[in-house]
Design a protein around this ligand. Sequence first.
Ligand SMILES: *Cc1c(COP(=O)(O)O)cnc(C)c1O
Length: 467
Amino acid sequence: MVSSSSLERPPSVDKFLSSAAASHLVERYGRKSVTQALRAMLDSLRKTYQADKTSLPSMEGLIEELEQRLTEQAVFSLRRILNLSGTVLHTNLGRALLPREVLNTVVDVASSATNLEYDLISGKRGDRDTHIESLICDLTGAEAATVVNNNAAAVLLVLNTLAYGKEVPVSRGELVEIGGSFRIPEIMSRSGCILVEVGATNRTHLKDYRLAITNNTTLLMKVHTSNYEIRGYTNEVPPSEVATLAHDNNLYFINDLGSGSLIDLSRYGLPDEPTISSAIDEGADVVTFSGDKLLGGPQVGIIVGKKELIKEIKANPMKRALRVDKMTIAALFEILKLYEDPDRLAQHLPTLRYLTRTLDELDDLANELIMPLTKTLENFAEVSITSVESQIGSGSLPLERLQSKAICIITRSDSTLRTLAAAFRALPLPVIGRIHDGTLLFDLRTMEDTAEFIDQLSHLDMTVSPP
Ligand SMILES: *Cc1c(COP(=O)(O)O)cnc(C)c1O
């Protein structure tokens, strides 16, 4: 019998565990999890009890709370959310989305033995890059390619292979920081290279590179200024000129494009991002770029370039530590295949589909949502449709904005706005908007399924407290 009257004092762990009611929890979640959750629950209970001796729940209430804690622990904390933040490639929200249609291949290779590193013809050891290398080379015009965990790893591996213990001249205008932990100076020293800063923040000339070349230089490097732009009195040396200078001095030229694009985005009416093939045409011996930025694929770093350099890079023992797994290779293959048909790419690749949405489409989405939202929020807020600017994100085209449409929510006070934003984050499919100028905005550029959004509005709970 579980008592429904209030307890007189917090029970001990042992007493609680030996109760009949606890035993079904132990059976379901295991003794270890139950004991841990119980300790945490009783700890906080004792604290409230010390502060207020009258506040103890019933045994029944305790069991219920314990069960709730255990179910919460059992759900995977990494989950689907709805990104309406206005940033299409949001690093904290997982960047590019893979289309479901590519996932069959991923599931197949994940759940079966594969020829990942096995040559079916010779019956001997193979190379995991062979499954994607020729596709990457076809799409970029590169001689050879290899793939690692992300672009930060790509830069690290390239520098460590080609310039370990050597000086690497980089323009002061290109000492990029990407999201805190990736900074060119730090990556340079962790790669075992000596950064030689050349030029000034706003202006770097070819002679600055020339004067920086010593007997201890093996390569010149350019880094795409992905997330900022230097404006005003500026000068940047074009990659082709740095390449010529490098080659005249028997040095390599490497170009970290960051995002880059496999195709000319202007064909979709989007702002220009340098393409990988143009970077190669401009004389780069090695180019590095991300798989989950504009490319729209899985998280990888792609290294393309001269055959003998890629061979050297692959022979670096660090490659083993940075390599990608078979599921990633499968996803990358399927995404790259989509690029063979650029006319239908925007239809299949979520990133490109979002980036190319028209204002009419965005208006239609907004109109589907305005009524249900107005009704749900009638006691808290005013809801309207507004024009906003989305950004591409993840350091792609940092200054370019895409005209977009958003649901704009205005409340009486800032605290109500924060409560509302928290309530949307607490929905079964958490909705992430952005707060701007005293309004909560849901940018519709990345809205996928309006029915799913509307269906869960009945769960909106304005009693959740904001952090
Ligand atoms: C994004 C970026 C990186 C890091 O790439 P990740 O794929 O996030 O590791 C490195 N260099 C540049 C120029 C970038 O834009």
